[in-house]
Design a protein. Structure first.
Length: 433
């Protein structure tokens, strides 16, 4: 499917965002191995999260859906059933990596795979620690899916993450629930901590000391009534749009403000965006609040703060749309230490650079990022998304600020994280006729 984007003459209104994808995954998985019933309100509508629900059903978990509310009947820590088919994680790296940690603790054989994109994403980073814990795991060449997992009794380990990855950290912590002793993970670069928060909410024993996060084995997790906040990563597209379209004014209610992810908001404020946060509250350990963003002409008259080191890890999912913003800032933008983008749903560094260049931006690609030299007017172009939802949505925002018509190819991939994105965007943005 091709979506056509025309330049926007205005941008205003209230934008209702889907439930947080990262949190929804974790709530559903922990609900499945908890005792009792869990109700999750505002569950993410994304294809990724429904891949998680599909896998859980194949493992014998009863899951009911009613609109954005999901009810999960937990089977207890060791209650999952051996699946009679290969588990399908779709396009979801979170599903395959986190669920593998849980499967490693069950005494049966299971196989889990995904679509073409996921089948080419590296899994060695979870295979190695799970093998250290005692699981038997087979994979394709180069440690690619499908994964065949024979689990059972695991041992607790102390593991230092070789790369900054919330997914790998979460996989090891979840496997640690099935250990014979506490399991600890060291992360030298902090990553989002939704798993740690959710583990505590369901009743697991978890401690943090310095860079180490330790989880106790054999907990009795209890079902909960929870509500996911609106997805901050989804908000990023509209916040950048507000920074690009003159006189824009957007309200985004109930957005998640997790301390490890609100660096996006801090970054945009440092860059010069007029952004306010109202009605902050905390529910189940996850803060949330209402955002209001307005066009700030001064933002585009300067260089954006460089993104590197720990900041690159914190903003890794938002870099595609921040690159679009950087292409319109007078001083450009430099991004480094973001090699992880090479192994996302696509090689996002290559995709960002190629599509910005197609729209007329001056960009230099580097092994771990890219440099945008200075602002150049963007022009409508054919955007090749490579089936990557964040590339599709980021360049839709570019199209709002470009001259002429922009065509987003394979636009349906946005459903991976944000079903209804195109309708939501059109409701907020008035096109130039």
């Amino acid at each position: 499917m091709i979506q056509t984007i025309n330049p926007a003459s205005s941008l205003s209104g209230t934008v209702r965002l889907p439930g947080d994808k990262s949190i929804s995954h974790r709530y559903a998985m922990l609900a499945a191995i908890a005792e009792g019933t869990t109700v999750i309100e505002n569950f993410a509508a994304s294809r990724d999260c429904h891949s998680t629900l599909g896998c859980l059903r194949s493992l014998g978990v009863e899951v009911e859906e009613s609109g954005a509310t999901v009810t999960v009947s937990g089977r207890g820590l060791r209650g999952l059933k051996e699946p009679d088919r290969v588990l399908d994680a779709g396009n979801s790296g979170t599903t395959i990596r986190l669920l593998s940690g849980i499967l490693a603790g069950h005494p049966f054989e299971s196989s889990i795979t995904g679509d073409e994109s996921l089948s080419n994403r590296p899994m060695g980073r979870i295979i190695r620690p799970l093998r250290q814990m005692g699981a038997e795991i087979e994979s394709r060449d180069r440690e690619l899916p499908p994964l065949r997992i024979r689990g059972g009794s695991l041992k607790g380990i102390r593991y230092t993450l070789p790369v900054a990855s919330a997914q790998v950290k979460s996989c090891v912590l979840l496997a640690g629930l099935y250990g014979n002793a506490p399991t600890a993970v060291e992360e030298t670069v902090p990553t989002r901590d939704h798993t740690e928060i959710a583990l505590r909410e369901f009743g697991a024993g978890l401690r943090k000391q310095g860079n180490w996060i330790e989880v106790d084995p054999q907990p009795r997790l209890k079902g909960r009534h929870l509500a996911a906040p609106a997805d901050l990563s989804a908000a990023a597209f509209f916040l950048v749009a507000a920074a690009l379209i003159p006189d824009a004014e957007l309200s985004l209610p109930g957005v998640g403000l997790n301390a490890r992810r609100r660096e996006l908001l801090d970054y945009l404020i440092r860059a010069g965006l007029s952004l306010s946060i109202e009605n902050e509250t905390g529910i189940a350990g996850e803060p949330r609040g209402d955002l209001k963003a307005c066009y700030s002409p001064d933002l585009l008259q300067r260089q954006l703060p460089p993104i590197h080191g720990e900041l690159a890890a914190s903003l890794i999912d938002e870099i595609p749309v921040l690159a679009v913003l950087g292409s319109q800032a007078a001083g450009g933008l430099t991004i480094s230490d973001a090699k992880e983008l090479r192994v996302k749903e696509s090689d996002r560094i290559s995709a960002i650079v190629a599509n910005l260049q197609a729209m007329g931006a001056e960009v230099e690609e580097k092994p771990d990022g890219f440099t945008i030299q200075s602002a150049r007017r963007l022009y409508g172009a054919d955007i090749i998304t490579r089936g990557d939802h964040r590339i599709a949505m980021a360049f839709a925002i570019a199209g709002l600020a470009a001259g002429g018509q922009t065509r987003i190819h394979d636009a349906e991939c946005a459903d991976v994280s944000f079903p209804g994105f195109w309708e939501t965007l059109r409701m907020a943005a008035a096109p130039i006729k």
